[in-house]
Structure formats: structure tokens, C-alpha cells
Design a protein around this ligand. Structure first.
Ligand code: FAD
Ligand code: NAI
Length: 477
């Protein structure tokens, strides 16, 4: 006997679990099916983001920053600590506690909102009248059959592997392995200087590894504003100590018994490097295998993502798809917003997700964050703009924190003064970027930011000063 629902969500990551809760809030009977199992073999909601992505990476980043601070920064405050040691096992168990707490929290929210929490791998089986039939298996056995009017596919993404190189998460690591190393490797290689490479490289570098990052692209952080990217490159190489090589052509990669050898070409020269561990972080691919897409004719796009329109509707009636499995940035908050929007659209509302104001954050130290267009994009589009920049160097709060480093750049339309982009590198810019998001959502001008009272002393004063600079009236610059 099949269980009947108005809405079945496939995937319990930040896209899927949020979509299921919102659907239930809107009065639908909703179920969320998720296949993820933690290392103990137990179901754990929250998807990539909570289990092997956003949350554990930030937990480790903080631990490594604390270890670095105790060794390098505390003395300036008059605090002497000798013999600081890193207990990697304790660091990992703190990370696991955070994951378990949050995963249990999602289970609690499901109960509270009466979302049926179903564990297993879901696949489309066909259509029964108005309803889609979904089969759920666990360990190869059918554990449930569901029927639903609406299905939201939120199956997320998996790491892209380097062709011909198997990931064993012992020597060759993806994000899961990079977050679970039980000891600090002496020589850590990373292929790909993207977001994961920089964040995980920073963690293990601060804990004592020699980190070499091999990046194919000649440009560092090509998606970021290049003024900020250049400053980031300098800081991450000089201060953090990451050895980042750009324009690398990876050749043969061979995993031995205890180390991995990587042959590559750089500036026409052949190089061979040996690493104790190798992280492969060269992007992610959408999870569509085993979903039964072909059984029901669910269309994929040319890159293998589920094809959707602007409202996340697929080619099939009442089948929707959100998050990493569809086009657009692979970010947790983008997935969640699409989830809310789809649930509301099913309920007949007219929600809207503005892709032009999705914030990006890279949690290195200092952090990098931005929203809106980069200077390079504005130039390419022929948009006339003005800009204002200001630094954290003289900001009292940043000096007090011991993190007086970085820049804020605001870009505004030359004629209307409407804010077109906010780009930052500096302390806690992951929080500061929200000021840009709110301003841009409300179609603010840079003058609005310049005239808004900012608390003193606060890091946000640097945004204020950048906005003043856009009007050539900086007070402290
Ligand atoms: P996922 O979170 O991938 O969830 C999909 C879920 O569906 C998984 O649990 C999967 O097991 C399950 N599933 C798949 N197929 C099926 C099926 N057929 N049946 C049932 N269940 C299925 N983003 C940020 O915004 N900020 C960050 O700081 C950040 N840090 C990251 C760090 C790392 C190391 C990584 C790898 C990613 C990070 N991301 C970050 C990206 C973020 O994790 C993703 O964008 C986000 O998780 C996407 O959410 P989702 O719901 O689409 O998919
Ligand atoms: P990424 O797309 O950020 O970076 C991949 C990098 O690998 C690129 O710079 C690319 O040029 C390079 N590359 C690709 N093929 C290569 C090759 N053969 N040799 C050398 N370099 C190669 O992907 P990443 O870091 O794997 O992360 C995946 C996604 O997860 C990100 O795009 C992001 O959406 C998400 N994420 C977000 C975080 C955040 O919001 N703070 C943190 C971590 C991940």
C-alpha cells in the first residue's frame, strides 16, 4: 500500500528539507526522503551542507584559526601560552557534535511541522493518474512506495573526480576525506584553487601541513572581482602560506602505498611532486543517477543538471527541481531560497528569487565576500559605473580585533548611483555582505549607504567609508 502525499521532496539537504517544511507550513501533506548515512551508518539529515560541507568546514576553520591565534597572536595581547598542541581527534569530535546537533534539529523541525521523515534512496517509478509514484529503497531493498501530486527533486551534487584517479579518502580525498583527516599530513597537495581548495587548504596549513594548490586556470578566483582576488592571492600566499600555482596542466597522478605523485606542467616545464595526501576539489556534478529520470522522461540539460525554467519547474507536470542539481551557483542559501519559492508556487503564490543578489563567501582568513556584479562584468557589459574603496587598516574595531587587513569596494551606476556590487576581503565580511544584499534588494543608491548611521567602532564603518568614497567625499581616506 502506497503512502499518499501532496508533496514529496527527494533529498534532505538545505534545498530539500527547507522545501518540505515550507510545503507543510502551507498546509500540504509533505514527505522528505533522504539517503544520507553518517560514518556510523545512521541516517543524518542536512545533506552535503550539514554533513560534509558548509558546517563541518566552518567548524574546522575555526579550530585551526584558534590554534594559529594561540601561537601567533595571543602574545601581542600579553597572553603567554607555551606548548600549544593540536588534538586533531578532539577537533573532529567537536565537528561531529555540531553536525549531530543540527541534524537532530532538522528531525525535530520535521516532527513539529508534520513532515514525514523517510530514509532511503528515492526513484521515480511512473505515474498513477494525477500522482507520481516514487519507490524508496535502502540497501537495495524496497522499504516504501509513495504517491504524490508534486515532487521536488533536491538531490544535490557530488565531487567531480579527476579522470582516471579513484578517490579512496585515504590518500586521494574529496571533501568528505578532507574534513575527516585524523592527523595533519606533512605534505598536502590540492588540485583546484576553488572554494573548497582554499578553505580546506587553509585549515590544514594552519595546523602545520605544507600545502601546495595546483590550479588549471591562469586567473585566481576568476568569478570574483579581480582587485579583491589579487589582494586575496597575496594574503593567502604570503600570510597564510599557501603555495598556489596557477596555469597548471595536471598530467599523471598515481597513488602509491603511502603517498601520491602528481606530474604537472607549469610554464612549459615538467614537474613531479609527491604528497602524503591529495585533495581533489575541481568542482561538483549533479546527483541524477538512480533517480529514475529516464523512467519518466525527466529532462536533463547538456551538462547533466535537471533542466528547469526560471521557476524551477521541470519538463514534467508538477515535478520541480532545486539546489545543486539545477543550474546556478552551488550554494546552500540558493538551494533553500529555491525550496521556499517552489513550495509557495505550488500553493499558488508568486514568489521570486533574485539571482542577481545572491551573496558569495569564501571563509578563508581574511574572508572574501561579494554580491552583485564585479568590475570586470560591468566593463564587459559596457555599464558606466563609479566606485569607492576603503580599507580595514585604520578601522578601530579591526585593529582591536587584530585583523586590520582588507578592502571594501562598492560599485554603483554612474548616472543613477544604484548599487551594482559590493566586494570585500577582510574580517567577518561574511556578515558584512548582508548590508550589500539588503541594500541591493531595496534598490539603494551608494548615497543611501553613505547617509546611513553606522555604529562606531564597527567593521561596517568600512562599508560606510567606501560608500562616501564613491561620491569622492571619504572622511578618513
Ligand atoms: P545537498 O546538500 O547535496 O543534499 C542532497 C541530499 O539528497 C543528500 O543528503 C543526498 O544524500 C540526498 N540524495 C541524493 N539522491 C537521492 C535520492 N535519489 N533519494 C534520496 N536522497 C537522495 N555552500 C554555502 O552556501 N556555504 C558554504 O560555506 C559551503 N561550504 C561548502 C563546503 C564544502 C566542503 C562543500 C562540499 C560544499 C559547500 N557548500 C557551501 C555548498 C553546499 O553544501 C551546497 O550548495 C548545498 O548543500 C546544496 O544543497 P542541496 O539541498 O541542493 O543538496
Ligand atoms: P570550484 O568550482 O569552486 O573550484 C574548482 C577549481 O578547480 C576551479 O578553480 C577550476 O578552475 C579548478 N579545476 C578544474 N579542473 C581542474 C583540473 N583538471 N586541474 C586543476 N584545476 C582544475 O569547486 P570546488 O572548490 O570543488 O567546490 C565546489 C562547489 O562547492 C563550489 O563551486 C561552491 O559552489 C561550493 N562551495 C561553497 C563554499 C562556500 O560558499 N564558502 C565552500 C566550499 C564549496
Amino acid at each position: 500500500m502506497s503512502q499518499q502525499f501532496d508533496v514529496v521532496v527527494i533529498g534532505g539537504g538545505p534545498g530539500g528539507y527547507v522545501a518540505a517544511i515550507r510545503a507543510a507550513q502551507l498546509g500540504f501533506s509533505a514527505a522528505c526522503v533522504d539517503a544520507f548515512k553518517n560514518p556510523e551508518g545512521k541516517p543524518s539529515l542536512g545533506g552535503t551542507c550539514l554533513n560534509v560541507g558548509c558546517i563541518p568546514s566552518k567548524a574546522l576553520l575555526q579550530s585551526s584559526e584558534n590554534f594559529h591565534a594561540v601561537q601567533h597572536d595571543f602574545a601581542k595581547h600579553g597572553i603567554s601560552v607555551s606548548g600549544a598542541k593540536m588534538d586533531v581527534g578532539q577537533m573532529l569530535s567537536r565537528k561531529t557534535d555540531i553536525i549531530n546537533k543540527n541534524a537532530a534539529g532538522i528531525g525535530f523541525l520535521f516532527k513539529k511541522n508534520k513532515v514525514a521523515n523517510i530514509h532511503g534512496l528515492a526513484a521515480f517509478k511512473g505515474r498513477q493518474g494525477e500522482k507520481w509514484v516514487i519507490e524508496v529503497t535502502d540497501g537495495g531493498k524496497v522499504v516504501d512506495t509513495l504517491e504524490a501530486v508534486h515532487v521536488i527533486v533536491a538531490t544535490g551534487s557530488s565531487p567531480r573526480a579527476l579522470p582516471g584517479l579513484a578517490t579512496d579518502n585515504q590518500l586521494v580525498l574529496d571533501n568528505e576525506g578532507a574534513l575527516a583527516l585524523t592527523a595533519v599530513p606533512k605534505r598536502l597537495g590540492v588540485i583546484g584553487a576553488g572554494v573548497i581548495g582554499l578553505e580546506m587548504g587553509s585549515v590544514w596549513k594552519r595546523l602545520g601541513a605544507e600545502v601546495t594548490i595546483l590550479e588549471a586556470a591562469p586567473t585566481f578566483l576568476a568569478a570574483a572581482d579581480q582587485q579583491i582576488a589579487k589582494e586575496a592571492f597575496k594574503t593567502l600566499t604570503k600570510d597564510t602560506g599557501l603555495d598556489i600555482k596557477l596555469g597548471v596542466k595536471i598530467g599523471e597522478v598515481k597513488a602509491g602505498k603511502k603517498s601520491v605523485s602528481v606530474s604537472y606542467e607549469l610554464n612549459g616545464e615538467a614537474v613531479k611532486a609527491e604528497f602524503d595526501k591529495l585533495i581533489v576539489s575541481i568542482g561538483r556534478v549533479p546527483n541524477t543517477q538512480g533517480l529514475g529520470a529516464e523512467t519518466v522522461g525527466l529532462a536533463l540539460d547538456e551538462r547533466g543538471f535537471v533542466a528547469v525554467d526560471d521557476h524551477c519547474h521541470t519538463n514534467l507536470p508538477n515535478v520541480w527541481a532545486i539546489g545543486d542539481v539545477v543550474r546556478g551557483p552551488m550554494l546552500a542559501h540558493k538551494a533553500s531560497e529555491e525550496g521556499v519559492a517552489v513550495a509557495e508556487r505550488i500553493a499558488g503564490q508568486k514568489p521570486h528569487v533574485d539571482f542577481g543578489v545572491i551573496p558569495w563567501v569564501i571563509y578563508t582568513s581574511p574572508e572574501i565576500a561579494w554580491v552583485g556584479k564585479t568590475e570586470e562584468q560591468l566593463k564587459a557589459e559596457g555599464v558606466e559605473y563609479k566606485k569607492g574603496t576603503s580599507g580595514f587598516g585604520a578601522n578601530g574595531r579591526a585593529l582591536g580585533l587584530g585583523q586590520a587587513q582588507g578592502t571594501v569596494k562598492i560599485l554603483a551606476d554612474a548616472k543613477t548611483d544604484r548599487i551594482l556590487g559590493l566586494h570585500m576581503i577582510g574580517p567577518m565580511v561574511s556578515e558584512l555582505v548582508s548590508e550589500g544584499v539588503v541594500s541591493m534588494e531595496f534598490k539603494a543608491a551608494s548615497e543611501d549607504l553613505a547617509r546611513i548611521v553606522h555604529a562606531h567602532p564597527s567593521l561596517s564603518e568600512v562599508i560606510h567609508e567606501a560608500a562616501l568614497a564613491a561620491d569622492k567625499r571619504a572622511l578618513h581616506g
